[in-house]
Design a protein. Sequence first.
Length: 129
Amino acid sequence: MNANERAAEFQRTADRLGEALALCAGDPLGIDASIQRFEFCVELAWKTLRGILLRDHGIEVASPKPALQEAFRVGLIDDETLWLSMLRDRIRRGSTVCCVPTCRRIRRLMQSAERQTRIASPPPKNCTT
């Protein structure tokens, strides 16, 4: 999957997360769906950023944290702390139930991320690839 396809998939997944968040209020299945979709969004976000970094900036990264750090450095994302927080929440989700992000936190993180990211932007006009 190339960077443009991954960016489109990220947008679709973020939209689906929004649908799950609408079901979240007190519904255990809605909460589970929101958490799962949040995890998908975080995974797609860093992989999308990895592809854009390579395509547009010639920067190769192999894991989520360096992808987010480099994306911040080159201006693809505006709030490195927010994105690293989402990554931590995603990692914690896999290891312990007590750290599962709540729907409210997921909603806040994703709203902030949507305002701050340029993941789904087309490549710059000077991009030759």
